[in-house]
Design a protein around this ligand. Structure first.
Ligand SMILES: Cc1cc2nc3c(=O)[nH]c(=O)nc-3n(C[C@H](O)[C@H](O)[C@H](O)COP(=O)(O)O)c2cc1C
Length: 216
């Protein structure tokens, strides 16, 4: 199990980067999440980085056999994925839009980390997320312009599933939109994302309880 160094020194950071582009190194979400992770590594020199690529290391679909393994205590991969999230102080998630959703490989990752009694629990007032005190960045890349429109079904889904497991306390989504449009929009969207990363790196404000940078 990976343990967080943050318990020893609150300046140390465990960073988990989830890559999810079918275009690999050429994926804009891959490039922006890597640049964000480098910026955060520079910001917190005492860090440990884990990269989980859900495309190249595809996670099997969550099915009845997975539930059986969880009941038997033999769900090694799901356990490992949960431990990576539990250990992380900062989580960076690449979320490319494919056919109005996120890659099925990414929803499969969520299927494996959403576990009753471990990452969420049902109470008399409804579900409560158990993953607490983490900074989460989502890099949401799209070919078109969807932010604030009915066609953006990605954002409600991600906000809901992240909130379900408690990862919405300090959540920032970096939108990189219009990447397939002609003209200046793609370059402008990427430049804007890079500017946001610079701001995040420079931001000295800390989250009062978690000592992480505040949402900017
Ligand atoms: C299979 C596929 C489906 C796509 N579907 C959509 C879509 O529904 N809406 C959209 O705006 N862009 C869509 N795009 C464009 C991607 O969102 C865009 O290329 C973005 O850069 C993907 O992120 P990535 O570069 O990190 O892979 C699609 C691209 C691919 C390859």
């Amino acid at each position: 199990m990976t343990t967080s160094p943050n318990t020893q020194n609150n300046m140390q950071k465990q960073i988990l980067r989830i890559e999810a582009s079918i275009s690999g190194d050429k994926g804009i979400s891959t490039q922006i999440t890597r640049e964000l992770s480098e910026a955060l590594q520079n910001k917190y020199p005492d860090n440990a980085l884990i990269v989980r690529n859900v495309i190249t290391d595809a996670i099997p679909h969550f099915d009845a056999s997975t539930i059986g393994h969880i009941k038997d205590g033999t769900a090694a991969l799901a356990d490992a994925l949960i431990e990576e999230v539990q250990a992380a102080d900062i989580i960076i998630i690449a979320a490319p839009m494919y056919n109005f959703s996120v890659p099925s490989q990414l929803t499969t990752w969520f299927d494996h980390i959403a576990r009753a009694g471990v990452t969420f629990q049902y109470t008399s007032k409804g579900p409560v997320g158990l993953l607490k005190g983490k900074k989460v960045y989502v890099v949401s890349t799209r070919g078109g312009m969807h932010k604030g429109k009915a066609s953006d079904v990605v954002t409600p889904y991600l906000n809901t599933i992240l909130g379900f497991v408690g990862l919405d306390e300090d959540l920032k989504t970096i939108f990189v939109e219009g990447l397939n449009l002609s003209g200046d929009q793609p370059a402008q969207a990427i430049a804007q994302a890079r500017q946001t990363i610079k701001t995040i790196q420079a931001n000295k404000t800390t989250h009062p309880s978690t000592e992480k940078e505040a949402v900017s």
